[in-house]
Design a protein around this ligand. Structure first.
Ligand code: NAP
Ligand code: FE
Length: 364
């Protein structure tokens, strides 16, 4: 047995976790830049809690609330300009994965004189500003990953960067902040968390520790399936989904994602499909593709989620995602070529060749 485990983020989970741990917001500096989307931080109540906590310690703040879904390199450049102008000492990301990932990029760019494209070298002369992450969706686990996923229009895809310095220093996970999510966002983000746990589980980089976390995240997705189908959620569901998302983030921090994410980025980039839903399209085929190479793990996923076969699993996931958009042979070739350039695809347990991936996409 030989493995590494690194997860340096201090995690606070539970109702009122910001208010109960306000002292964490003192000592990081006298000025914060709050990075968020148009409305999620406000309607979830997270922005109000964060601002009250900052005010208690006389920490000033500026709000940058222009992060779009699947944030672009242009947006983080603007955000970094605001951080520099405000003299921010630390960054607070509030929202779904989009604002949290933008917060990480802004934290690096505001401490370094570099263009956003250089982020992807993963080498930064100066350490990023400290990052606090407050998720309002239960999906990406970005609050405990070093990754920031940005849209690269020059490459027609999404690319991630991150190193040991881009882990948030603190994560506040209050399940109440996720209650204001619309049903479709709840479903899509739950699928994303499930995907992280499954991809990390069926990865050449999985470890004994990541497997324990992934199996529990997978089981919790199974517990929430009935609620996801009817679109009605108890607070316990919200807790379970946020916890599963946290576990998924811890898993991919060790393993990365593998076949599903790089392939699904195409559906987001070219068809404007939300991230988690795009992952969902590929899940059943992912299990079929890996069945022979990882039989025990695939069967355990089915057992943990309460399905007797991959077909039954496929039907349940398709109920949540709806049908995937049709893609023609030219699009398949394009999607394959782009996905094969991403590192993660080469960590799938069954090695993936271009022709395998083309055949995989024909079945979606
Ligand atoms: P998102 O793009 O952050 O947000 C989707 C939508 O949900 C936005 O319109 C957002 O509103 C809204 N929303 C979020 N929380 C809400 C709440 N509590 N109440 C009401 N509306 C809410 O969605 P996401 O799925 O969490 O993040 C996806 C991004 O994360 C993608 O770019 C993906 O590639 C990335 N990702 C990152 C990692 C990682 O490890 N870093 C892993 C997987 C995925 P606003 O516009 O107001 O924000
Ligand atoms: Fe994801």
């Amino acid at each position: 047995m030989e493995f590494k485990f690194h997860m340096p983020t201090r995690v606070y989970f539970g109702r009122g976790c910001i208010g109960k741990n306000v002292e964490e917001l003192a000592g990081l500096g006298s000025k914060a830049l709050i990075v968020t989307g148009g409305q999620s931080a406000k309607i979830s109540g997270a922005l109000c809690d964060a601002c009250s906590a900052l005010e208690r310690f006389n920490v000033g703040y500026t709000i940058f609330d222009r992060v779009e879904n699947n944030p672009s390199t242009d947006t983080v450049k603007i955000g970094a300009g605001e951080a520099k102008q405000a003299g921010a000492d630390f960054i607070i990301g509030i929202g779904g994965g989009s604002p949290l990932d933008a917060a990480k990029a802004i934290a690096v760019l505001s401490a370094n004189d570099m263009e956003p494209e250089q982020l992807f070298t993963n080498s930064f002369p100066n350490k990023p500003l400290p990052i606090i992450a407050i998720p309002t969706t239960a999906g990406t686990g970005s609050e405990v990953t070093p990754y920031s996923v940005l849209t690269r229009s020059d490459l027609q895809t999404k690319k991630s960067f991150g190193n040991k310095d881009t882990f948030p220093v603190i994560a506040f996970l209050d399940p109440h902040y996720t209650q204001s999510q619309p049903v479709n966002v709840t479903i899509n983000t739950a699928l994303d968390a499930f995907s992280h746990n499954m991809e990390g589980y069926i990865s050449t980089r999985s470890t004994p520790v990541s497997d324990i976390l992934a199996a529990e995240g997978i089981r919790l997705f199974g517990c929430c399936l009935d609620s996801l189908k009817i679109g009605v959620f108890t607070l316990e569901d919200r807790e379970n989904m946020l916890y599963a998302s946290l576990l998924g983030g811890m898993v991919i921090s060790q393993t990365g994602t593998n076949l599903i994410h790089p392939t699904a980025y195409n559906y987001t980039y070219f068809k404007d499909i939300p991230h988690g839903k795009a992952n969902g399209y590929l899940m059943a085929e992912f299990l079929r593709f890996n069945y022979e190479a990882a039989k025990d793990k695939v069967e355990n996923i089915l057992k943990l989620t309460g399905f007797e076969s991959i077909d039954a699993f496929a039907e349940a996931i398709a109920y949540l995602t709806g049908e995937a958009p049709r893609i023609d042979e030219a699009e398949i070739a394009q999607y394959v070529a782009i996905a094969m350039t991403q590192r993660g695809i080469h960590t799938n347990i069954r090695p993936v060749q271009s022709e395998d991936l083309a055949e995989f996409l024909r079945k979606i």
